[in-house]
Ligand binder design. Structure first.
Ligand code: PBG
Length: 327
């Protein structure tokens, strides 16, 4: 009969108390690495709640200013602005109009918070086109890559002039980073940074966002956003964006793409961010509202997982709330 040997190696030693767990935690969330995405709607005097994203609104200009000030006060690192225009057309004219809602809102937020927050803007046409696609269409109704690049170049200069410091290129057109970099530099905006949505997947988890921006989209974005089945392709997109001059890389969505995030983080020599998208927000809020999960723990765990996988910063609709918890 062999004698029972007690374990010598005991991982539980480092889990025995909150103090020990705090001391040995490998990953921490800090307010400054949270970025708040915010929607601003043209013409609304009051913020409008979003059904599918409880707690998130389409802001008025005034409520957006207050939300930005609150985020800054909580120590959040940045804000990413999305515009919801009153009128849309085939080429998304409002996107390049200096008086278009996104550009007006950018100026308003910069005036409100100065550089207490890094003010960033979504650079994509889907909120501005009447067909809801991220680019302009050719005669067959297919998104025309190179014609879209021309629109992005104009949009970039207008956004930089409005005061956006980081342009979030989320349209997934080939060559968009190089095209926009060239346009910015030619206009003297050498200091405007490019956040390249390097690996952006055609995801069902953008569902609630479509309500948030009153999307007009018919069909889907699978001819430009990536196939969820592809991991290697995420690295390829990231490498191309780096070669084209991206300052920061983004992986999106976050939770279903942590392998891609980990791959990109291991290879990138620029910061890598992840976007915890509208559907990820909605799932946790819905489950918590039903009493099926602990809301705060689920939010913290989801953000910790995204950080642990390699994100240097996270775009999350909970940014201000989480930043306050962490104080
Ligand atoms: C495109 C864009 C989308 C999101 C951010 N930028 C929608 C899409 O690609 O269909 C989704 C963000 C979210 O779901 O929270 N401008």
């Amino acid at each position: 009969m062999s004698e029972f040997t007690h374990p010598v190696v005991r991982p539980r030693r480092l889990r025995q108390s909150p103090a020990m767990r705090r001391l040995t935690a490998e990953t921490r969330i800090h307010p400054s690495e949270l970025i708040l995405p915010a929607f601003v709607r043209e013409g609304t005097p009051e913020p409008l709640p979003l059904q599918s994203m409880p707690g998130v609104v389409q802001h008025s200009l005034d409520s957006l200013r207050r939300a930005a000030a609150d985020a800054a006060e909580a120590g959040v690192g940045g804000v990413m602005l999305f515009g919801v225009p009153e009128t849309r057309d085939a080429i998304g004219s409002a996107a390049t109009d200096p008086d278009g809602i996104l550009n007006v809102a950018t100026r308003a937020v910069v005036a409100e918070v100065g550089d207490a927050l890094v003010v960033q803007t979504d650079l994509c046409l889907d909120e501005f086109t009447d067909h809801g696609h991220c680019g302009v269409l050719d005669s067959r109704g297919v998104v025309d890559n190179d014609a879209t690049l021309e629109r992005y170049r104009e949009m970039a200069v207008v956004q930089a002039e409005a005061g956006s410091v980081v342009l979030g290129l989320s349209g997934m057109m080939d060559g968009q980073v190089a095209a926009v970099r060239e346009a910015l530099d030619a206009a003297g905006h050498n200091d405007t940074a490019i956040l390249a949505y390097a690996a952006k997947y055609a995801s069902s988890f953008y569902g609630p966002f479509r309500e948030a921006v009153d999307s007009q989209l018919q069909g889907d974005r699978r001819s430009y956003q990536q196939d969820p089945a592809n991991r290697r392709e995420g690295l390829r997109e990231a490498r191309l964006d780096l070669e084209e001059g991206a300052d920061i890389l983004m992986v999106k969505p976050a939770m279903s793409y942590l392998d891609v995030l980990s791959d990109v983080a291991a290879f990138s020599d620029v910061p890598v961010w992840a976007y915890q998208v509208s559907g990820e927000y909605a799932m946790i809020e819905a489950a918590a509202a039903n009493g099926w999960i602990d809301r705060r723990r689920a939010i913290e765990e989801s953000l910790t997982g995204i950080r642990r996988a390699g994100a240097d910063a996270v775009l999350t609709y909970w940014a201000t709330e989480v930043a306050r918890w962490l104080r």
